[in-house]
Design a protein around this ligand. Sequence first.
Ligand code: RIB
Ligand code: CA
Length: 315
Amino acid sequence: MARMKAIIDCDPGHDDAVAIVLAAKHFDLLGVTTVGGNAPLWRVTDNALRVLDLIGRPDIPVARGAAGPLMGSLPGVGQRVHGATGLDGADLPRSQRAVIPRNGVEFLIDTVMSNPGTVVIATGPLTNVALAMRQEPRFARSVARLSIMGGSATWGNVSAAAEFNVWADPEAAHIVFTSGAKLTMCGLDLTRQAAVGRETIAGFRGVGTRTAGVIADLLEFYRAASEGLTGSPTVPLHDPCAVAVLAAPELFEFRFGQVEVETRGEWTRGMTVVDRRRWESEEPGVGPVGNCRLATRVDAEGLFALVREALASCP
Ligand code: RIB
Ligand code: CA
C-alpha cells in the first residue's frame, strides 16, 4: 500500500529531529518546511538539512518559511534547552545542500494543493501554516489532516498557562484552530507521558546505527538541559508524538472537543483553552462537538519502540 504523503513543518530542535526520523520512515515525506522557533530561522533550517543528511535522505527538499510570528518578534527562550545552534549536543556535519528556492509557505500550498491526501505535521510555531491558510483559502480543507504538537489541555511549559509553540505565535494558532481544518492536537498533557530518561536514551543508542548514536547524543544534551531547568531527569519527546499519532494511532486514545486560543490574557496569552465540559470519547455521530481531535493517552513504550525501529532503518 502506498505510504501517506506528508510535509513536516518544524523548528529543529532536538525533538523535531526525532520527529523527522519518524516521518521519513512512515510517510512519503514530500518536504520539510522550517519556521523560526527553538532557534532563529537560519539555524533551524541549517539543522533540518543536517538531520536529513544524517538519515541518508538528502532527496527530501527543505524550504525556509517564516522567521518570526505574525505579530511581534521571535522569543529567544527555545535556545535554553536546545542550545545556541538549536541542535547542540552532537556533531552533525554542515550540509553541502541548499534549501530549495521556494518560500516554505508557497511550498506548503503548492504541495498540498497538487497532492490530494497529503497530511501536514506541525512541530513548531504555526506561523507557516496560518500564512498558507490566509494565502490559499482552500488550503485548510485540502490538508487531509493537520497534526499539531502544541498547546496543552492542562498547564503550560513556557508559562503557567501556555505551551511554547502556541505561545510563540498565538495569532497564528488562533487562525489554525478556527480554520475548519481536520486538527489533531498533541498537547503537553499528552507529550509529558512520553518522557525519556537516560535508560530510554541508552536504548535508542543500543540500536547501533550511526544515526542512533547521534540522536542519542542529541537527546542526552536535551535531557540534561531540561533537567537543569525543571529538575526532572526525564524530558518529553514532544514532537515525535505528532508524527506517531498519524503513523500509529493504535498507540493513542482520543477525545473530541472545542479548543480556543487565548491571544489577549495578561497571564494566559498563548493558552489553549480546552472545553472539557463536552469531551466526547468517540468521533461525534451528529453535530459539531468541537474543532479538534485531542490525543489524550499514549503507549509510551510503544512510541519508543517506533523510534528504535526508525533509527534502525537509518544509516
Ligand atoms: O513545547 C514543546 C515544543 O516546543 C516542541 O515543539 C519543542 O521542539 C519546542 O519547539
Ligand atoms: Ca519543535
